[in-house]
Ligand binder design. Structure first.
Ligand code: AMP
Length: 182
């Protein structure tokens, strides 16, 4: 089963993706994690990525699409994957469709996590990652509403939506129920 997690910054995508990946026995593919790892390298690409990540802007689609295409070609991702933080816009959604089609697959489900921006802001400020300053969070929230929400229309009919306000366990239970019911 190939599943994409979509939700505003701070909705708990990473936390839920880790749990679901274990339960569904598919790899967790987080473009944020992959990009942060690349940004840590002292190469030209590493420095370019570190600069972009610190502002909360999106990394160019060509880079992100290629990272995901390669990761999905690895044997452990053939039967399924849990994508977290990707696709973040319609161009990436089309690239994902092409990457899955190359292996005779298509996206099965989009799990949408819904959370109020102010609650998410409080959560993120307590997490304290490098790109978790209020101005950068506001920018990421804006990009989510304008760029990423249209991905839900792209996958209309395959989207299941849950409330992401609650404990990790409560949200995990809602997520599993939503994925199994549909
Ligand atoms: P995340 O860990 O998903 O919150 O992502 C952290 C940062 O990584 C984002 O603010 C972007 O700068 C970058 N990033 C992660 N995923 C993508 C993506 N699919 N496309 C472009 N940039 C991304």
């Amino acid at each position: 089963m190939h599943v994409v997690l979509v939700g505003p910054p701070g909705a708990g995508k990473g936390t839920q993706a880790r749990g679901l990946s274990a339960t569904l026995a598919v790899p967790h593919i987080s473009t944020g994690d992959l990009l942060r790892a690349l940004a840590g390298a002292s190469t030209e690409l590493g420095r370019e990525l570190a600069g972009i990540l610190s502002t909360g802007a999106l990394v160019p689609d060509t880079i992100t699409n290629e990272i995901v295409r390669r990761r999905l070609s690895e044997p452990d991702a053939r039967a399924g994957s849990l994508l977290d933080g990707y696709p973040r816009n319609r161009t990436q959604a089309r690239a994902l469709d092409t990457a899955l089609a190359a292996h005779g697959r298509e996206l099965d489900r989009v799990l949408e996590l819904v959370l109020d921006d102010e609650i998410a802001l409080t959560r993120l400020l307590s997490r304290g990652r490098g790109d978790d300053t209020e101005a950068v969070i506001r920018h990421r929230q804006h990009l989510y509403r304008t760029q990423t929400e249209p991905v839900l229309e792209h996958y209309a009919g395959r989207v299941v939506t849950i409330d992401a306000d609650g404990t990790v366990e409560q949200v995990a239970e809602r997520a599993l129920r939503a994925l199994r019911e549909e």
